[in-house]
Design a protein around this ligand. Structure first.
Ligand code: HEM
Length: 94
């Protein structure tokens, strides 16, 4: 599936090669919607782990699991974990 999911109405993030649709929790996320929106469009694994999210945060995120990402299909700029977020990102879910 080809998709672009990096805005407020449709925000997907990648953590540990898994894709999460965090759109429903943007308003409730204790770290703010900005953190999630700026993590969309790149690999958010390092940012997620730097925060030291609790076990309950990890439990919550499983509800928003969409699928696994095939890392070989990510554009090279996404692999390099750029900031600010890439405006145009295409992921293939496997
Ligand atoms: C599905 C993904 C995510 C879920 C379910 C989630 C959930 C949570 C929860 C429950 C907390 C409260 C503290 C805790 O229990 O650990 C939290 C805090 C936080 N999150 Fe997330 N988070 C997600 C992704 C992210 C990402 C990708 C980032 C960074 C780019 C981020 C940045 C933060 C920050 C900065 C805080 C700290 C807020 C504070 O203590 O002031 N989160 N998150």
């Amino acid at each position: 599936m080809w998709a672009k999911h990096n805005h407020k109405k449709d925000c997907w993030i990648i953590v540990n090669k898994k894709v999460y649709d965090v759109t429903p929790i943007l308003d409730d996320h204790p770290g703010g919607d900005d953190a999630l929106l700026s993590a969309a469009g790149k690999d958010a694994t390092a940012d997620f782990e730097d925060v030291g999210h609790s076990d309950s945060a990890v439990e919550i995120m499983e509800k928003y699991f969409v699928g696994e990402v095939d890392a070989t299909t990510l554009p090279s700029e996404v692999k390099k974990n750029p900031a600010p977020p890439v405006q145009s990102i295409f992921w293939i879910l496997i």
